[in-house]
Design a protein around this ligand. Structure first.
Ligand code: ADP
Ligand code: MG
Ligand code: ZN
Length: 621
């Protein structure tokens, strides 16, 4: 589900409802009041009134909207009769009255008449406005009214407005910051880049779990860039009516191009950017699809000129985005905004605790050490909770114990959202990941191990080991595939070596390892026993999108042999991983300690460690 599919500004709805109610009351009052109060005045037809005026029988008249009251000439001392008539629209009337010497006033002198006529002036427009607003709001047109239904609702920030957010307010996401600092620099001094022929990135997509500071980073870009910044949430494009969203996109880009150089920020991009094929079976969603298409067109459109409009977008579900959005020339730059590591968390705590008064005993580093897996928003919340606790305990400054108590409160609410590992789990995950890394370091084909992390990431992984390919590989040989399988089993093997028991954490690894082994046997024909036969049959799935795999009809013996072979491959790899880790037991310990300390090991430090892994054949052979 998108985060907020139907944003309704409830305030405007309320206002229009109240207006509607008020105006109905006024209308009722208008109908009944004149009949409730005052003497009844005889009604005459308008034509008679005009005739009487022409005959100069009328002394004075008060002309209201619904009623004209007038007094006839009296006879002697007796005052003349008061009559009333319903006016028709007559521009000549004032002239006529003047000519015939009638005293007249636009405001009726009578004690109750004015209520009715004033109301009748005011009420119809009120009703109109109220009904109109009511419907506009229901249709998501917002407070802007009918004519602007296709207008973009983007908020524009211009430099100097409100409290500025800068890069100094964001911490723990250094890579993303570097990337965005470059974008800002580009907007400020484009010549520096164009002089050497560099092309400006057109779209930058911020990707990361909720609360890690994506929106904050975008605001910081706005604060630093000094150019107009159009900010809109993806869900604001999602409308009931087909075509409205795309009109908004068009309008947004039109406005932006006029103000170039500038930045467009689309938050929660997945609300419009959802993959088009993913819901094709339900007939698709025309409105969203059109909006997305318009966005794609617009992003291609401004390439031609040299208007510098940079489109920034954020999402926490990049996997659901349409592939067309991610291709080069659109959001080709993806910036990962991940959960912060230890030092990052300390920096974020520092930023947010500047707003509160800290006691002398505060050790933010210790707080940071307790909070792996916390996002920036979680940490901001933690600081606030601690401050609230201090206030509740009538202390003037926040103490360390407030932080720890707040931590417990926050974690209780957090457990569902993201994972916070306890000490024991953290240790298991650390050994597990180091196991992957060490086995991976010896195996060819899997690429270089670039990073080990035990900062829980996303929803699935508790920790991860990142392998980056050293070169483009299209063909892998058998030993490399076996190496990959061993690497996948390295995590579980480390748990076995260290703890003698295994946890549920390795299930995904096992799945992948088994899949790979099965493919070796049934698709690549790498088994000596079964020979170069493809037991898999790729076939077009009946939906016509994507391939489904089915096994060729095989005899029971063959099926059994396949299972045997797959098992053999996986078990051999498992043994290999175990051997490697047992052989390098102390190194496993050293790296794990380091990882537990810093949560992330990467770069030269990691290379240095993994360079010490002793290969097996020295002993085994
Ligand atoms: P999201 O990634 O979901 O867009 P936000 O940018 O809305 O997250 O973050 C919400 C709040 O959490 C921010 O306003 C800020 O107070 C705090 N926050 C999140 N990440 C960071 C960070 N890296 N540094 C400082 N504060 C952060
Ligand atoms: Mg956000
Ligand atoms: Zn694993």
């Amino acid at each position: 589900m998108a985060i907020k599919d139907q944003p309704q500004p409830p305030r405007f709805r309320q206002i229009s409802n109240i207006l509607l109610l008020l105006s109905s009351l006024f209308l009722l009052a208008n109908i009944f009041l004149p009949n409730l109060f005052g003497p009844q005045i005889p009604q005459v037809p308008y034509s008679l009134f005009v005739h009487q005026v022409q005959e100069q029988d009328v002394v004075r008249a008060s002309v209201g909207q619904n009623e004209i009251r007038y007094q006839l000439k009296g006879e002697g001392d007796k005052p003349g009769q008061v009559l009333s008539t319903t006016p028709i629209f007559d521009l000549e009337l004032p002239k006529l009255l003047q000519e015939k010497g009638v005293e007249f006033a636009a405001t009726p002198p009578s004690k109750n008449g004015w209520i009715g006529s004033v109301l009748s002036w005011v009420v119809p427009p009120l009703i109109f406005v109220a009904i109109f607003q009511f419907f506009m709001n229901r249709q998501g047109g917002g407070p802007q009214g009918a004519l602007s239904i296709g207008k973009s609702k983007a908020k524009v920030y211009v430099e100097g407005e409100s409290a500025k957010i800068t890069f100094a307010d964001v911490a723990g996401v250094e890579e993303a910051k570097t990337e965005l600092v470059e974008v800002v620099e580009f907007l400020k001094t484009p010549d520096k880049f164009t002089a050497i022929g560099a092309r400006i990135p057109k779209g930058v997509l911020l990707v990361g779990p909720p609360g890690t500071g994506k929106t904050l980073l975008a605001k910081a870009v706005a604060g630093e860039a000094g150019v107009p910044f159009f900010s809109i949430s993806g869900s604001e494009f999602v409308e009931l009516f087909v075509g409205v969203g795309s009109a908004r996109v068009r309008d947004l880009f039109e406005q932006a191009k006029k103000q170039a150089p500038c930045i467009i920020f689309i938050d929660e991009l997945d609300a419009i950017g959802k993959s088009r094929s993913s819901n094709a079976s339900f007939g698709g969603n025309d409105e969203r699809e059109q909006t997305l298409n318009q966005l794609l067109t617009e992003m291609d459109g401004f390439a031609a000129g040299n208007t510098t409009v940079i489109v920034l977008a954020a999402t926490n579900r990049p996997e659901s985005l349409d592939a067309a959005l991610l291709r080069p020339g659109r959001f080709d730059r993806q910036v990962l905004v991940d959960r912060p590591d230890l030092s990052g968390r300390e920096a974020i705590l520092n930023i947010h605790s500047q707003k509160v008064k800290l006691g002398p005993d505060i050790d933010l580093k210790a707080v940071a050490a307790r909070t792996p897996g916390f996002s920036g928003a979680d940490l901001a919340n933690l600081v606030n909770e601690a401050a609230l606790l201090a206030a509740r305990n009538k202390r003037l400054t926040v103490a360390q114990e407030d932080f720890f108590e707040a931590f417990e409160r926050v974690v209780a609410g957090l457990e569902k959202k993201s994972r916070v590992l306890n000490e024991k789990e953290k240790k298991i995950v650390a050994y597990h990941e180091v196991g992957h890394a060490m086995v991976g370091a010896l195996m060819t084909g899997g690429g270089e191990v670039a990073k080990i992390s035990i900062v829980p990431r996303g929803m699935a992984a508790l920790g991860y080991t990142l392998q980056v390919p050293t070169e483009d590989r299209f063909l892998l040989d058998e030993s490399e595939l076996r190496g990959q399988i061993a690497t996948l089993l390295g995590g579980r093997s480390a748990e076995e070596v260290v703890f003698g028991s295994i946890t549920t954490g390795a299930s995904n690894d096992l799945q992948r390892a088994t899949d790979l082994a099965e493919r070796m046997v049934t698709t690549y024909g790498m088994s000596k026993v079964l020979g170069p036969l493809a037991y898999d049959r790729s076939q077009q799935s009946f939906l016509g999108d994507g391939m489904g795999n089915a096994r060729r009809a095989v005899s029971a013996q063959t099926a059994e042999a396949i299972d045997q072979e797959v098992k053999e491959i996986v078990e051999t790899a498992h043994q290999q991983a175990l051997d490697i880790l047992k052989e390098n037991r102390e190194l496993l310990e050293t790296i794990t300690q380091k990882l537990l300390e810093t949560e992330v090991v990467e770069g030269d430090a990691l290379r240095e460690f993994l360079g010490q892994v002793r290969p097996l054949d020295k002993v085994a052979a």
